[in-house]
Each structure stands twice: as C-alpha cells, then as structure tokens.
Design a protein around this ligand. Sequence first.
Ligand code: HEM
Length: 454
Amino acid sequence: MEGFQVSSWTKDFDNLCDYYTHLLKKSPTGTIHIHVLGNIITANPENVEHILKTRFENYPKGKPFSALLGDLLGRGIFNVDGESWKFQRKMASLELGSVSIRMHALNIVKSEIESRLIPLLSSVSGKKQVLDLQDVFRRFSFDNISKFSFGLDPGCLKLSLPVSEFAEAFDLASKLSAQRALAVSPLVWKVKRVLNLGSEKQLKEAIKMVDEFAQQMIAERRQKGFSESNDLLSRFMGTINDDKYLRDIVISFLLAGRDTVASGLTSFFWLLSQNPQVESAIRDELERVMGSSQQQQLPSFDQMREMHYLHAALYESLRLFPPVQFDSKFAQEDDVLPDCTFVKKGTRVTYHQYAMGRMDRIWGSDCLEYKPERWLQNGIYVPENGYKYPVFQAGPRVCLGKEMALVEMKCVVLAIIRRFNIRVANPDQAPKFAPGLTATVRGGLPILVQERGA
Ligand code: HEM
C-alpha cells in the first residue's frame, strides 16, 4: 500500500484491526502490502490456504517472531518450527486426542464452574455491584489451563478474587514480550535486554518468577510420582527427562489456552447483550436437550453434540471477534501468492482473521450481523471451509486445543444463561481492543447479575 501513514488511522478508527479491515475491503485482491513495515497482509482465503497448507514449509513462524517470545516460551511448541515442532505436535496431538484427557478436561471445567463461577455470580446477584466479566473469564481460564497443564490450582477465581503471583508474573511476561513487537526496530529491545533496562529488566524478573513456579511444579510432580496423574506435565514426563524442555512445553499451553478462551467468552456475552433473540434460542435448545429441571447443571458430551444452535452461536461470535485477530509467518524463499502478490524472501506475511470475518465477499452483504443461522441448514450445523475461517488457524498447524476450547466455552455459556440474567452495564459501547497477543477489551466488560427466578 503506497503512501500509507502508520499514525493516521487513530483519527477514524477505534482499533488498528478495523483500519486494516477497511484497507483490505478496498483492495481488489483482498491483500495489502505495507512497505514501511515490510508486511504483506491478506484476507484472501486462497492465499491463506497457500500459506498455511500448500506451501507450509515456506512459511514458518520464523526467527523474528520466535525472538519476541523466545525468553518466555523457550523451545515450546508455540515458538518453534521444523523437527522440534513436529516432535511436540505429534506427542501433544496423541495426548489431546485421547478420551481420558478429554474427560479429565471436562471434569476440571465442571468443577471450576460449580465450585467457583456459580458461587461468585450468585454472590453479586441482585446487588448493584458491577462485576468485570472479562476479568472473571481470565481468572476462570487461568485456573483451568493451569490445572490441565500442571495439575496446579492457582485459585484465581476463589470468591475473594485473590491476587495470584503466578498469574500476575505470567501476565506481565506475556504482555511485555508482545510489546517488543511495537519497538521501532528489534535492535531497541535487544540493546535494552543486554543492558537490563526498563521493560526488559521487568520482563526478565517476571520470567524468573514464572520459571521458579514451573521448576517447583516439576520437582513436586517428580516427587509425588507422575504415572497416575492426568495433567499434561505428567503425561509428557513419561517421554521427556529434560526439565527445561518440560517447562517450555507446558508454558506454551498456558499461553495458548488462557487468554484465547477468555477473549472468546467475553465477546460472546457482549454479542448476546446486543442480540437477546439469540440468548432465547440457546435457552430453548438447552431446555429441549437437557430438560427444564435445574437438577442437572452441566451438559454431557452427548448433549453438547446435540446443541447445534449453541455451536453455531459460538462459531458466529468467533467469526466477528476472533481471539487471535491476526497471525504472521515469514517467507523462507521468494514466492507468488495465488492472487499474484509477489513475496520477497524474509517478508512478513500476515493472514488477518478479524478482517476476514468482516469481508462481504466471503460472508455476503450481512457480514457484520451476528447471525448463528448462517451456520445452520435445517437446524444442523454445517462447517465452512477452514481457510475462509482460520480462527483456529488451519492446515498442519491448526490449533491443538480447538475441541477443548469449544467444550469449555459451551459449559460456561450454558451454566451462566441457565441460571442468571446478565446485563451489560454499557451496552452501547462496542469493544475497543488493547494491543497484545490476544484480543482483550480495554476497560473489561462490566456487568450486573440477576439470578433467574429470584
Ligand atoms: C477460542 C479459543 C482458541 C482460539 C481462537 C485459538 C486459536 C489458535 C490459533 C489462531 C493458533 C495458531 C497460532 C500460531 O500458529 O501463531 C493456535 C495454536 C495453538 N493452540 Fe489454540 N486457540 C484457542 C484455544 C486453545 C486452547 C484451550 C489450547 C490448549 C489446550 C490451545 C492450544 C494451542 C496450541 C498448543 C497451539 C500451537 C499449535 C502448533 O503450533 O502446532 N488453544 N490456536
């Protein structure tokens, strides 16, 4: 895109992703080249398939990305390419595909809902006390993913909403690592790191705390014995002896599985506040599948599978508000994309999930409307081509936690709307996002809670 002014978008757009969406909609190919940033950005499904599948080997995450997160993630799956990625991918897919780990994940979610989420919402029900739902979901998903990955319960969602030093250190470390990308040149943060200055000093301290927690966890696991436990760490310990490598593997899961789920749930509840008819339709389906008695609080896998409308409502919300708004790769060699865009070796190539959900050439002229029906034919959910909807990425590196994330989100949605009416405090305010690895709403999502039938 010639004549692009990086600083000018703030006047007309709330979010940088809205500005890119505007540019991508205007581009006849659905692709733009921002020369000043050395970045090609695309919202063209054919290009996305080319990058993520057809020429997968030519588009690794690459060194510039792994350098940003390298101190925090080390050699974890999220941050590596090549053989190391293949090895972890194979091992993790086997684990996550097993029935026993899926049951284990569901039990963790159910227990967190019953013993923490519902009591917390009940405690503010009917009061004028405003609760930040985004914060609640971040605490919820941190407890969940920590129990799942390490077998550790940080207790972030206990009724007193305590401060967890582990969660805080982890938050700060991910935030500061992501902020490295905002430096004018990588040289800036690299020099600060060598000199141990400012944000780099803070980052080093935060990572040190994360490391200490992880080491403690690994040592405890080894002492207690790991063969009987179901958490990921224990499962990986059967194959891997290197403690640093184990630490890296589980930290990647923590990063991948925490903020994404919280972000997806937060925007889902914002969309419900704008679309009460969708909430009613979910309640109707819930009663049809689970009955109207309150006795069974949470659905079984089979019952979830029957809820096509709920599934569609979640897919539709992730289309408009993908937790990962864009994702970049780096070209290994010169290449030409299917829309004839030339890619020079070393160029950053980004596919833009957020813009793709808002392209009328992909979704039709009603693309900005929240319509779960879009995904249904005769009440049955029909999947879309994954390269039109790369919300969980697609191809060989597709998200490993997709099924787990959907189960977690469904359980939370059903538990909340079955029992409570949620009123968003500022319904007219559309989400404004803070920069970071995952879409986070600035100022959170303040809500008021009322127990139904109370
Ligand atoms: C709504 C929730 C979620 C969304 C939208 C999402 C989205 C994504 C995306 C876009 C990627 C590709 C990132 C990249 O390559 O740069 C990814 C990768 C990954 N996700 Fe998810 N994710 C979600 C939840 C989860 C959960 C709950 C887990 C863990 C249990 C998880 C584990 C992973 C892992 C391990 C990878 C790396 C896969 C690889 O590199 O081979 N995700 N996810």
